[in-house]
Design a protein around this ligand. Sequence first.
Ligand SMILES: [Zn+2]
Length: 605
Amino acid sequence: MGRIPDASIREIRSRVDIVDLVSRYVQLKKAGRNHTGLCPFHDEKTASFNVSPERQTFHCFGCQVGGDVFEFLTLHDNLTFPEAARSLARECGVEIPEESGDAEARGISERVFEANEIAQRVYVDQLASAEGEEARNYLARRGISDEDRRELGLGFAPDRWDTVTRALAQKKVEGSLGEQAGLLAPRKSGDGHYDRLRGRVTFPIYDVRRRIVGFGGRALGNDDGPKYLNTTESPVFRKRESFYGFPWALESIRRSRRAIVCEGYFDRIALHRAGIGEGLATCGTALTQEHGRNLRRRTQTAVLLFDGDQAGRNAMEKALEVLLPEGLRVRGALLPDGQDPDDFLTSKGPEALRALVDDAPDALELVIRRAVTAGVNTPAEKADAVAHVAPLLAVVADTVEREAYVRRLALATDSGEAAVAAIVRSTRQGRSATPEEAALSAPKPRREGPEERQLALLCHVLLRHPTLATPDLRGRIEASVPDDSWRRLALALVEAAAGGDVDADGAIDHFVLADRLEAEERTLLHATAAGAEALDPGARPELVAFDVLNWFERRGRARTRRQTTQRLREAGASQDPTALLAEKQRELDARRARAAAAKAAGVAQ
Ligand SMILES: [Zn+2]
């Protein structure tokens, strides 16, 4: 990639405001001269991430990352410096002389975005064409005006095999790139590609920076294929964390201090039509922990807009399992049985939809009420109701809130508060650290000894802070840590860090890594990813890694010493026993002195 002139860099720096940039990803609060929020680079529940508008820099007191607008973007979006610079330049209108046209040198992500842009133009043109009439009629029937259609960038993928395939070829984009972008599929014959989305209305899915990451498609006919189909995951499209609704929702989320989460493209559009901008829809998956984190960085309140039937209520409880541990306050707006937001909007009007969302009750309260409705007359029924709700209360991140819900549940089921509290506590201790882990029903990793505990800590920090994985660290692990599955996991993490297998949060992408591991290491990896061995707040990851390796190296030295003594003893039947005793005594004194010094310094031995 061509060098970017210093003058352009300076120009970008003067035009881009770091508070604006960071605010797209992190909910910032003004605190004195600075702004603070939850760090996007490590997992935290209390804000230690600081942005200084005066200095135009950011710094995290938790994980010690920091820098200017360029560093923020390179870290956050996993871009190279030139990619970040070009991306910012485009946004703020700074001209950077084009590089020598060497497509190969440009990042794969950039090229995937370009392929998506080409596809978007095709889809939009097709919707406006004669062939798009049926699709236009379909959208009109669903209450979507031409204006909405244009604003939302809706399009149409004709029922042909090669619409996008040809358009990409015309623009000299290889089929293999279209395949990587998730737009095309390879022909079975191994010769060429065909369009994935056919005969569908298309929804462009953007990231927060207004770049198209992928497409959703709604079938026009009911005859064949799934009703909804998305382009496949790509280097820029991860369904586990993507939402349909960005970037438009950002401004509304900031203003209204909440995000409304719904389940489909048309739900999100219904909110938009009702003048509610903060709607976000998942893209063909249930809500995941990654979605939860994505939301938590922007707001503290999530309103779930779900169907009021059995399935919708179950989905709401599932969503709570992943949102509550992230510290989100969740409210539940349940639609009347059998209606989706679209129907509701059509039959009741925008004001009613807005009221439904504005007046949404606390979601946990809804779960408690639902459990009570099932009956709490007999002791067995009470126990069932408490057992049903306890796992959700157990994941409420804030202690005070959790205790308030415990009181509420005890009251609602007419049970003793101490008994309910005990059940929630034991659920908390006994549960796998995340629903994701529970879903994998991973066997509990053995972690009885101090060695396992130390290694679990090391893996914990390596997973979240891959920059710590230096060759020096690898050497120290290899030299001092005895071989077992934890050590193999630690080395696999170091290798993954070196190979750049990093996710959008700057942590090792454990889904990618898991595929390469044996079952035992994979179990340990999932436990590590689930945060089972969470650090003390304020613990500095680089110090944790350092301490763990020191611990092993100390043990190694102690072992050597014991072996020396052993050898001395075996060889020294002829040796002077007083000299040997004096030697042992000196060793013991030295060890006591070290222990006392360490204790005084407050270091755990
Ligand atoms: Zn941090």
